[in-house]
Write a protein that binds this ligand. Structure first.
Ligand code: GLU
Length: 459
């Protein structure tokens, strides 16, 4: 059997959105599962709307998601000569014809025959005149065209429902439908996995393959992604560029895992590692109805991968968010501190953005900004207890978490105090909030000097 070759064929008219990213992922996984190749083809034939910025955004988005392609990207527009050449070959094979019907005549015909598919009177004439003309495919007049799609099953269309489509325009430019077929053929694509919106195209594309005597690839057309409420995906639902997910603090492995489950299943598994994804991915378990994009599920998956992620990596990812929030550059020492705190920070929040918010107090300048509710708590605690607590802390020599914990407990027993009496003092003075991570963890990583500084800072 031929080596599996898949492709992702975006039109570079905008960013890599979530639906495109899923299509790319499925093509990537299917190729990897079969030990084949995954290629990128940039469909830039719409010269007005295609931009270099969009090409870059798509490539960056794929890189960030870890969907590395094999070989260099193919740019469709640069292959226009080859597409035209195939149109001429179809002509030579008798599978296409020159059609001299003008645009006006065609518009008139369409008006008069609203429900008919166009077949030109030039179809059987084999003319070769110097007048402006297009090249049209000679579609079959009877019978049917059948596609066996991995998602939709076997679907048949009557031949008379397909017109004699234009292959080459009068200015010698190829139409998109021809370009796709020629490129897929020349790239040796074995499986075309793409959005549902291209399903109807596949019947006409099949006719071109057959007319050239080329092998027809296998097709799998993926149902669209809907919002959590079942409506068509909009920005509000998450129809954003992949880069927006990075900016919101999602990890690429989490987005990969989530997108995989959005239209493919392996029993009830929600968490699927990259290794398992490659080992298990197939076309038999693609979803048959639109999947619903759900931020809550994505958050749960992201939390899972945040917990698994390396502490230094998380610190590095959180730092830009913290720098922006605090409006200052962080130092190497800040970076180390955040990394040290990661074991007790990283199970608490769903996104890197929230993680950064949670970690911010570690590297904030003094006096800390104190949340109103927390300030209230502090006001209610005794100044005498505060003073005694400061001296316990300053006398403490074993600055390990357990050392701190036992000294504070000893102090509480001695003074007959409860955690409720001193917890708020420590939390508010050290972190500025009442919802900080475990306070002994916080003290241990901040270090004695910094803790004393904070306890003595007016807040
Ligand atoms: N360029 C098309 C799109 O962005 C994809 C065409 C295809 O996969 O055949 O929707």
């Amino acid at each position: 059997m031929n080596k599996t070759i898949t492709r992702f064929a975006p039109s570079p008219t905008g960013f890599l959105h979530i639906g495109g990213a899923r299509t790319a992922l499925f093509n990537y996984l299917f190729a990897k599962h079969n030990g084949g190749k995954f290629m990128l083809r940039v469909e830039d034939t719409d010269r007005e709307r295609s931009t270099k910025a969009a090409v870059d955004a798509i490539i960056d988005g794929m890189e960030w998601l870890g969907l590395h392609t094999d070989g260099v990207p193919v740019f469709q527009f640069s292959r226009a000569h080859r597409h035209a050449e195939v149109a001429l070959q179809l002509l030579e094979r008798g599978a296409a014809y020159r059609c001299y019907v003008t645009a006006e005549e065609l518009a008139k015909w369409r008006e008069e025959n609203p429900n008919k598919k166009f077949r030109s009177s030039y179809r059987e004439q084999n003319l070769n005149e110097e007048k402006p003309h297009v090249i049209r495919l000679k579609s079959p007049l009877e019978g049917y065209v059948r596609i066996h799609d991995h998602v939709k099953g076997e679907v048949t269309v009557q031949a008379e429902e397909l017109d004699d489509m234009v292959l080459l325009r009068s200015d010698n430019t190829p139409v998109y439908m021809l370009a796709v077929v020629v490129d897929d053929h020349d790239m040796n694509v074995t499986h075309v996995i793409r959005g549902d919106d291209h399903f109807t195209n596949s019947f006409r594309q099949k006719l071109i393959y057959e007319a050239m005597g080329w092998h027809v690839p296998e097709f799998a057309h993926l149902p669209l992604i809907h919002g959590a409420d079942g409506a068509k995906l909009s920005k509000r639902h998450g129809a954003l560029g992949v880069d927006e997910y990075r900016k919101m603090g999602y990890l690429p492995e989490a987005l990969r895992n989530y997108l995989l489950r959005l239209g493919w299943s392996h029993g009830d598994d929600e968490i699927i590692s990259d290794k398992d994804a490659v080992a298990w991915f197939d076309l038999a378990h693609l979803g048959h109805s639109p999947a619903r994009f759900d931020f809550e599920k994505l958050n749960a998956v992201n939390l899972h991968y945040i917990k698994l992620a390396d502490n230094q990596r998380l610190a590095d990812l959180a730092i830009p968010f913290i720098e922006e929030a605090l409006n200052k550059k962080l130092t190497v020492a800040d970076n180390l501190l955040i990394r040290e705190a990661m074991p007790f920070l990283k199970g608490r929040t769903n996104t890197i953005m929230a993680l950064a918010e949670d970690a911010k107090f570690l590297v904030s300048d003094l006096p800390l900004a104190v949340e109103a509710k927390a300030a209230e708590k502090l006001k209610n605690s005794s100044l005498e207890v505060q003073a005694k607590l400061n001296s316990v802390v300053s006398d403490l020599s074993d600055w390990s978490k357990t050392g701190i914990e036992s000294a504070i407990h000893e102090f509480m027993n001695r003074e007959n105090l409860k955690m409720g009496d001193i917890g708020p003092i420590l939390r508010v003075k050290l972190t500025g909030t009442m919802s900080s991570p475990g306070i002994f963890d916080v003290m241990a990583v901040l270090g004695k000097d910094e803790v004393l500084k904070r306890l003595n800072s007016p807040a």
